[in-house]
Design a binder for this molecule. Sequence first.
Ligand code: MG
Length: 209
Amino acid sequence: MLDQIQQQLKMVSVKGFLAEAEAEALYRFAFAASAQGPCLEIGSYCGLSSLYLAAACAKNGSVLYALDHHRGSEEHQPGEPYHDSELFDAKRGVFDTFQVFRSNIEQFNLDEYVIPIVASSQLVCQHWQVPLSMLFIDGGHSDEATLHDFLNWPQHLNKGGILAVHDIFQNPLEGGQAPFNALQALLKKGDYDFIQRIDSMEVYRKKRD
Ligand code: MG
């Protein structure tokens, strides 16, 4: 399944900000975790990480909740450094990644394994009830958004579940500090064991007790 995704990605380009080694790690951890329950990602964008996570879920008959308001983060808005005009709907004056996301999931035949949730992370978290086997946090990168995601979503992770977090830079010269600082705030509680770092992604396991 991983091979298939990688082969197909050579022909169909999917926009995203994820190194190949990070994507492979997501697949590997989701494959190990998702037999125990569904996975959830925050920040699907055009679906690149979703493809890998969902392909792993598919192997276990599990499912990926792909959460994104699909309006882009701060850095994707017009005039900002990661703006992509192809994803800007000029008619409505909004950045919109949902159509592209949906089409990518369909092209890779993964619709049966992805439940898109088009809403803000804060809103969904307030109402969330489903225990998760794996959580991938790659949502908004502001201090407020990262603190919210890192301090609230992990409570829905099963004991022994996998927490993967993206864009973790200890050195400010390498990247924004919001995810790193939010991660430190979460780790202070002592509930997570470090497993591995892959590029800018870090992976933890929630302690069993
Ligand atoms: Mg990211």
